[in-house]
Design a protein around this ligand. Structure first.
Ligand code: SAH
Ligand code: AVI
Length: 332
């Protein structure tokens, strides 16, 4: 009997670890495809989700603690102040689904405010970070089932293993701002299908503001954001047999007023040739790779986007300095 159980457990472990290595291989293949295509096109660009391997996720956590980076502490304060009101307006919730959950630190405030929550489904592309955050959260909350889903939230078409029940979506940190308006609309339309009829959705959205506040948040004095950006090149070296000289690229953050977004680039400081998976890419001095956008919205701008994407705005909360907003939406 004991050996039956242990062999079943061992088989379970084997299939779980082989699923994990298949997933890793698929992620590396996608990364390779995105990098090789992105370095060959003009302007050069690599999608921002590839910033988040284990190193990138840890660096992002460091960013959230910077004095210059106001979004995390402001959103946390909004959740502390309005958590009870959010829970009341959200109504009965059985399942909380979080997109780009990261450390799930802010989620604790929402979980504590929601009565009778049964299941938490965090979705994130950064596998080891997600697994560890989910394990910690489950250990802290008796009776809460945590079902982490590894993957790209823009391409999640069903919630594998989710029980039936009323869902609340949570998309914190203004990660929606990392999507273009078109991508954000597609994401919201898909989320409406995923979360289902009459579901609610709580989304943290960074507000438009003065460049005195905005620019340092994306280019801090200690160079943590620069390390986060440059990790894209370090990851290429680690995973794709690249030979980027990290010191000969610089992090650049600029505000594009017409598009209402911070744009982040890696700029070559010299004329140089780089090799990735045996393909050569030449850079002129000053040539850039676009790695990230971070769109900023006024409250009416975001409400208009949500309304055109299958969601009805219910309430929006902002801090007194109007740095950040939290939007509660209902599936239309
Ligand atoms: N919500 C957290 C983390 C924000 S950082 C907070 O507010 O602090 C953005 C998170 O989204 C990271 O954990 C990153 O791994 C994840 N992420 C970014 N793009 C993603 C994508 N396309 N699919 C799934 N996860 C993604
Ligand atoms: C996760 N995301 C919302 C962050 C942002 O503010 O756009 C990522 C980030 N990039 C540099 N600093 C923070």
């Amino acid at each position: 009997m004991a050996s039956d159980i242990s062999s079943t457990l061992a088989e379970g472990r084997t299939s779980a670890s082989s699923a994990k290595s298949t997933r890793r291989e698929a992620e590396t293949a996608e990364f390779a495809q995105a990098v090789l295509a992105g370095l060959a096109r003009r302007p050069r660009s690599i999608p921002s989700r590839f910033l988040y391997d284990a190193v990138g996720s840890a660096l992002f956590e460091d960013i959230t603690r910077l004095k210059e980076y106001y979004p995390t502490r402001t959103e946390t304060a909004l959740l502390e102040t309005y958590g009870a009101a959010i829970a009341r307006l959200a109504g009965d919730v059985d399942i909380l689904v979080e997109f780009g959950s990261g450390s799930s630190r802010k989620t604790r405030l929402l979980i504590d405010a929601l009565d009778g929550l049964d299941t938490y489904i965090p979705i994130d592309v950064s596998e080891s970070f997600l697994t560890e955050a989910a394990r910690r959260l489950e250990a802290e909350h008796d009776g809460l089932t945590v079902k982490p889903l590894v993957g790209d939230f823009t391409r999640t078409r069903h919630l594998a293993g989710a029980p039936r029940g009323q869902k609340l979506g949570f998309f914190s940190g203004s990660t929606i701002g990392n999507l273009t308006h078109e991508e954000a609309r597609d994401f919201l339309v898909n989320a409406a299908h995923l979360l289902g009829r009459n579901s609610a959705f709580l989304i943290g959205v960074d507000l438009k503001k003065s460049l005195d506040i905005l620019l340092p948040a994306y280019d801090d004095d200690d160079g943590v954001t620069a390390s986060f950006s440059l990790n894209m090149l370090a990851r290429i070296n680690r995973e794709l047999d690249g030979d980027f000289d990290i010191g000969s690229f610089a992090h650049r953050a600029v505000y594009n007023d017409a598009k209402g977004r911070i744009e982040i680039y890696l700029e070559s400081l010299t004329e140089q040739t780089v090799q990735v998976r045996a393909r050569r890419f030449s850079f002129d001095k000053g040539e850039r790779i676009h790695t990230e956008n971070s769109h900023k919205y006024s409250v009416p701008e975001f409400q208009a986007l949500a309304s055109s994407s299958g969601w009805r705005p219910v309430e929006a909360w902002t801090d007194d300095d109007r740095l950040f907003s939290l939007h509660l939406l209902r599936c239309a």
